[in-house]
Ligand binder design. Structure first.
Ligand code: ADP
Length: 414
């Protein structure tokens, strides 16, 4: 009777240990901590001297000795263990538990590990570690203090191995994600630096081109004047691009460098309207501006917010056919003013509505696109609006159905 009670108590202790380990395994994504916890628990619940983890490298197709609690075996960490001629290899290939009472009489026992005279592996049990039927490695325990191996040993070790496999896989995925993320940040920085240098370096030659073109525009010869005008137009476009890039970078580095003043929403709309008159004219389009029904005030950096609005208007002009109509209207919404720029142009698919605010993102493929631009107008507008504590978003009923871009700004007192 007493024996049964002790046995039951032991089982409860082991199951409790297993439960604790499984919560711990879920709480860390650090691979070394995980492996240590797995091995300590494995040795503990099977009453063994030590434990090891071997992981399958699917790229090199090798079973790699990854971690062990046995001090003298640390030398072989990182080395591969043969699939043929090792017990771990057998477990891996046959996908089953293997237990050996006396390794000296088992020909599969791998002797690649240099055992010193004081410490020799006598007995061993290993279980495969699988995630959704995919083998990721082998968990081994060695030198059971009191042989024989029991069914409980097998069951506990297998239960631990399946939990461990999921935890290891997650940790590996996170490590891989972190690495990819670091690489992306690095690339992003390179891209930003390149843009900054390129746009800065373009400024001087562009200034010279513009100077000469404007001089040639004044010449009497009509052909020369015509050519000079073309050069001037292209050079101005290029200057707009370098300005946009510089603005974007400036915003990213100094998001709060605003010169704030209080003005009416109507003034803001008028300024933006004025800025796009030439563009509207060029396409024979009309912009209908509806100010808010009552005077509303905003505390803003005037030139910056005019830039945000003109970016929206420039897009509406660009993506609307010639002689088309565009509207810009403002309305109070609780403690905000909402300014909508609406066109009846090409429209935007629902899944693109958020992405178009990403830097350099354009819906059309840049090789086949009909429209000019760098894909930064909206990201500049977004950065500017957010620097004012506002929001910006787009809505559209889909392709061909036009779009509405809305800027929401906090209202201020006069
Ligand atoms: P750019 O206009 O220089 O390409 P933007 O950041 O201003 O860059 O816009 C990003 C993309 O969003 C555009 O290339 C276009 O695909 C889409 N877009 C922006 N405004 C509109 C609009 N009014 N109608 C349809 N598509 C638009």
């Amino acid at each position: 009777m007493q024996e049964t009670i002790t046995e039951l108590e032991n089982k409860i202790a082991t199951l409790t240990r297993l439960m604790h380990v499984s919560t711990k395994l879920n709480s860390t994504l650090h691979i070394d901590d995980l492996l240590t916890q797995i091995m300590d628990a494995a040795a503990d619940i099977t009453n063994c001297e030590s434990a090891s983890v071997l992981l399958w490298n699917s790229n090199t197709r090798e079973l790699v000795f990854t971690a062990t609690t046995t001090d003298w075996a640390h030398d072989i960490i990182g080395k591969s263990v043969p699939l043929e001629g090792s017990i771990a290899g057998t477990i891996m290939q046959e996908r089953r538990v293997v237990q050996v009472d006396d390794t000296s009489s088992d020909p599969r026992h791998y002797t690649g590990i240099q055992e010193d005279g004081n410490f020799v592996i006598r007995s061993l049990m290993g279980v495969p570690m699988t995630v959704k039927k995919r083998l990721i490695g082998v968990l081994e325990v060695v030198d059971k203090r009191e042989l024989p191996w029991t069914d409980d040993d097998q069951q506990y070790l297998s239960a631990l191995a399946s939990q461990a496999a999921v935890a290891i896989e997650n940790a590996q995925l996170i490590t891989e994600l972190k690495r990819a993320n670091d690489e992306l940040s690095q690339l992003d920085k390179l891209k930003s630096d390149f843009i900054a240098i390129a746009s800065h370096e373009l400024r001087t030659p562009l200034g010279i081109i513009l100077g000469y073109a404007s001089f040639l525009q004044d010449q009497k010869e009509p052909k020369t004047r015509q050519h000079a005008q073309k050069v001037m137009k292209s050079a101005l476009k290029l200057r707009k691009i370098t300005e946009d890039l510089t603005n974007l970078r400036h915003l990213q580095q100094n998001p709060k460098s605003l010169q704030l003043a209080t003005l009416t929403v109507e003034q803001l709309l008028e300024d933006a309207h004025f800025d796009v008159l030439a563009m509207l004219d060029a396409k024979g389009q009309k912009l209908h501006v509806t100010p808010p029904p009552e005077t509303l005030y905003v505390h803003i950096d005037r030139s910056r917010l005019v830039m945000a609005l003109t970016n929206l208007l420039a897009n509406a002009i660009e993506f609307t056919e010639e002689n088309g109509h565009i509207t810009m209207h403002a309305e109070p919404r609780s403690d905000e003013v909402w300014i909508h720029v609406t066109d009846k142009g090409i429209g935007i698919e629902a899944e693109q509505l958020d992405r178009i605010f990403d830097q350099f993102y354009q819906v059309e493929n840049h090789l086949t696109r009909n429209h000019e631009g760098l894909g930064i107008g909206l990201s500049i507008a977004q950065a500017l609006v957010e620097a004012h504590g506002g929001r910006i978003w787009a809505t559209s009923d889909g392709l061909g159905a036009g779009s509405t871009f809305t800027i929401a700004l906090p209202l201020a007192s006069p």
